[in-house]
Design a protein around this ligand. Structure first.
Ligand code: FES
Length: 181
């Protein structure tokens, strides 16, 4: 009699055990789900934070002004200083310009604009390297090569300088300048 009553009790308890097991499963899956969602959200947030979607200023394309304005300024004061893009536009040839990075190639000091006191050339204030004020070519060191330059394109009547593409050179050549039209 006792044996059959035990069998009857364990049969009655079975559904309770099943309920506990399924509750555990639901809790576990729920936690995994939350963890997955948290990881996904974190990954998206990190990607959005690190991916440069709206780069403006130095490191991107910089609008240096209309072709007409650039031509007028280069004909008058002989250079244009662009602080956003960290470059000087110089009149490398008639109706052509070059955009030189203002970081001295010797040890990285910022070079000033071309100076009338130096025949329109550019002298680094740190150790005296002298660069040609129309092309950025090296006149004398300690620097060993010209100022780096950025590519220029003409887009819709504007002069666009791509400061994301620093170009190192050993000499000046006319193909480094861009015709302003
Ligand atoms: S950093 Fe310009 S000459 Fe040395």
């Amino acid at each position: 009699m006792q044996a059959s009553s035990h069998a009857g009790q364990s049969r009655e308890r079975l559904p309770i055990l099943d309920q506990k097991t399924s509750r555990r499963k639901v809790t576990r899956y729920g936690l995994f789900g939350l963890l997955g969602a948290f990881t996904g959200i974190s990954a998206v947030a990190t990607y959005k934070m690190l991916y440069p979607t709206k780069v403006t200023g130095f490191g991107a394309k910089v609008n240096a002004g209309t072709v007409a304005d650039v031509k007028t300024l280069l004909a008058g004061q002989k250079y244009i200083r662009n602080s956003v893009g960290r470059f000087y536009l110089l009149p490398a040839a008639p109706d052509a310009a070059i955009a030189v990075y203002w970081k001295c190639v010797h040890l990285g000091c910022t070079v000033p604009a071309p100076s009338p006191a130096l025949d329109g050339n550019i002298q680094c204030p740190c150790h005296g390297s002298l660069y040609n004020g129309q092309t950025g070519a090296l006149i004398h060191g300690p620097a060993t090569h010209p100022l780096d330059y950025f590519p220029i394109t003409i887009d819709n009547g504007s002069v666009i300088v791509d400061t994301g593409k620093v170009t190192v050179r050993q000499d000046y050549s006319p193909d480094q300048a861009t015709k302003l039209g």
